[in-house]
Design a protein around this ligand. Structure first.
Ligand SMILES: Cc1cc2nc3c(=O)[nH]c(=O)nc-3n(C[C@H](O)[C@H](O)[C@H](O)COP(=O)(O)OP(=O)(O)OC[C@H]3O[C@@H](n4cnc5c(N)ncnc54)[C@H](O)[C@@H]3O)c2cc1C
Length: 548
């Protein structure tokens, strides 16, 4: 094959989500001439902000809370504030409200969180303080593990063994978390071990559902611990003006360092010659060559199966990639409002919370959702997570108007059966059409239920609702395979040095020397952390003998 590519670029990054852009920033910082290719009409991936309900109402379509990113060195290292990036830091990070109007809130100030938990259990409040202090003790190690390539599983286990033995020598009132057990412990097991009140258990336990883990799934306990502590420590912040301002700041950095970004540029395949990538071919037929490396932030299936192809990757790897578990899908309703919502108990606290979990205080309630979802049924009483868009940042709406989002965790990607006593069509639904047929009715039913149980003025204040099904998420600018948010389920065997599969865990591909993974399919996984992008860039620069 004659190679006719122009070789203008040292590096091509596929995908302009926040991870692809972060990777590109560090490559550009090191002096490489970088091109970022994005298939959607704007940059941002799962950090876009769009007017999807009405003009002037700017919704964060996917990510809203800046949480994991609190542990990232990227904003400082790249001086992103120079490029317009600014955080807003609400005092109340989360509240969990129950149908009887009761609630627990997590404040930026631990003392106020403790007071809030004390309403339900003094012992749980004391325990939370101890758990949080334990987190602070381990925080540096956690930051390092997130912002570095994953350690081999055997080394990780050795570390855990060592720590567990050393911890047992500490004979004081400290918390010994037994790290090996903790790493595999389910959420239910973890909350039952540490908390007594059902309200505290659900308040902390719900965080594992964020990455699609049911109460009895292995590994859920450590996810709940991590999320809750990161938020207690750094807050549940939001990006001023919308999450899109993070990718915009990263893109400005790239351009100011000589890089280029092309949107409406879907990559069809990576061209490989003798075990080396030499360029990409776009869906529109255009070919672009590359001198040194290609980094891809698409999901691992797209990169390996579609972009590299069966002819370039070992059979063993192809088979493992095809067996990746993607997890449960998500649903969302974006709602433009005339006036702010008022909760059943008329609490100011709830209106001032960045996000709000709405559920009864029962772990079994979460189990039922996952049971229904995993059996192809639409959960009758799903878990809703509310983002308080306009009350946190008035610049996202026209004057005196309001906006919120309900993220619904978890729903089936393929609906096999409708369990409901309301308006949903009962006739058998074809898989492709099912979500189109039921999406808006399902969204409306959830809104009615929230109106009845938690927010009595919700329905009367609505200007416009837009519901997104798993199929909509999959079609959006995202790596939302099968309508999921994790880019590969966060199971113990798909985490750390097993992510996305052991052979690809170090951001590289054995049979192709210059293609790298830099998205949330790699360690440390989903969430806006900037870590997969930065970690991959460090690996690439080390391989190229370049220092940052
Ligand atoms: C509804 C929802 C709510 C969420 N809420 C939060 C939250 O509150 N806090 C949080 O931290 N995280 C949240 N997340 C998760 C978080 O948004 C993602 O984990 C993260 O943004 C993924 O970033 P990424 O750069 O790895 O991937 P993406 O943002 O998906 O970027 C990948 C990019 O690659 C592009 N692409 C794909 N294929 C091609 C191709 N062939 N050619 C060119 N470009 C291509 C895509 O269009 C996309 O822009 C949420 C996710 C969802 C779906």
């Amino acid at each position: 094959m004659a190679i006719t590519f122009n070789l203008n670029y040292d590096a091509i990054v596929i995908g302009a989500g926040h991870n692809g852009l972060t990777c590109a920033c560090y490559l550009a910082k090191a002096g490489l001439k970088v091109l970022v290719l994005e298939e959607y009409h704007t940059i941002g991936g799962m950090t876009i902000t769009e007017e999807i309900t009405l003009p002037g109402f700017k919704s964060d379509v996917h990510a809203f809370g800046y949480q994991l990113a609190n542990l990232s060195p990227v904003p400082k290292e790249l001086d992103l504030s120079r490029y317009g990036f600014e955080l807003m830091k609400p005092e109340i990070s989360y509240s969990h409200i129950f149908p009887n109007g009761g609630y627990i809130s997590m404040y930026r100030d631990i003392e106020r969180t403790i007071k809030s938990i004390e309403k339900y259990s003094k012992r749980d409040a004391h325990t939370w303080n101890k758990i949080f202090n334990n987190y602070l003790k381990n925080k540096d190690a956690i930051i390092t593990s997130i912002n570095s390539p994953p350690k081999l599983l055997s080394l990780q286990i050795k570390d855990m063994e060592k720590r567990d033995l050393e911890d047992k020598k500490v004979d004081d009132d400290d918390l010994n978390l037994d790290t090996y057990k903790f790493d595999l412990q389910s959420m239910r097991s973890w909350v039952n071990e540490w908390f007594e009140a059902e309200e505290s258990k659900i308040m902390f336990g719900t965080f594992s559902a964020f990455v699609g883990l049911a109460p009895d799934d292995a590994g859920g306990g450590s996810i709940s611990y991590l999320f809750a502590n990161i938020i207690q420590d750094g807050g549940n912040n939001i990006v001023k003006g919308g999450f899109i301002n993070l990718p915009i700041a990263l893109s400005k950095y790239i351009i100011s360092h000589g890089g280029e970004i092309m949107t409406n540029a879907a990559v069809k395949n990576i061209v490989v010659n003798k075990g080396k990538a030499i360029g990409v071919r776009l869906e529109n037929g255009k070919e672009i060559g590359v001198k040194k490396i290609i980094a891809s932030s698409t999901d691992p299936y797209t990169l390996v199966i579609k972009h590299l192809g069966e002819e370039n990757v070992e059979k063993r790897i192809l088979q493992k990639i095809k067996k990746i578990e993607w997890g449960d899908a998500i649903f969302a309703m974006y709602i433009a409002l005339n006036n702010p919502v008022k909760f059943k108990n008329d609490s100011e606290i709830l209106s001032l919370s960045s996000q709000i979990h709405l559920s009864p205080p029962e772990i079994e309630y979460l189990s039922k959702i996952f049971y229904e979802c995993r059996n192809g049924k639409l959960p009758a009483n799903p878990l809703a997570i509310m983002s308080n868009d306009s009350l946190m940042d008035a610049s996202r709406v026209p004057k005196n108007k309001h906006l919120l989002k309900f993220l619904i965790l978890s729903v089936p990607y393929d609906i096999k059966e409708i369990v409901s006593d309301n308006n949903l069509p009962n006739e058998s639904l074809t898989t492709e059409l099912a979500w189109n047929q039921v999406r808006d009715i399902y969204g409306d039913n959830i809104i009615s239920s929230i109106n009845k149980n938690y927010i009595p003025n919700l329905c009367s204040e609505i200007l416009k609702v837009k519901s997104y099904s798993p199929r909509d998420f999959e079609n959006k600018p995202s790596t939302s395979i099968r309508g999921t948010l994790s880019c590969g389920a966060i199971l113990p065997y798909q985490r750390g040095s097993m992510r996305p599969i052991p052979e690809l865990a170090n951001y590289s591909i054995p049979s192709i020397s210059n293609v790298y993974l830099c998205g949330s399919g790699s360690h440390p996984g989903p969430g806006v952390s900037m870590a997969p992008g930065r970690n991959a860039a460090m690996k690439i620069l080390a391989d190229l003998d370049l220092m940052v």
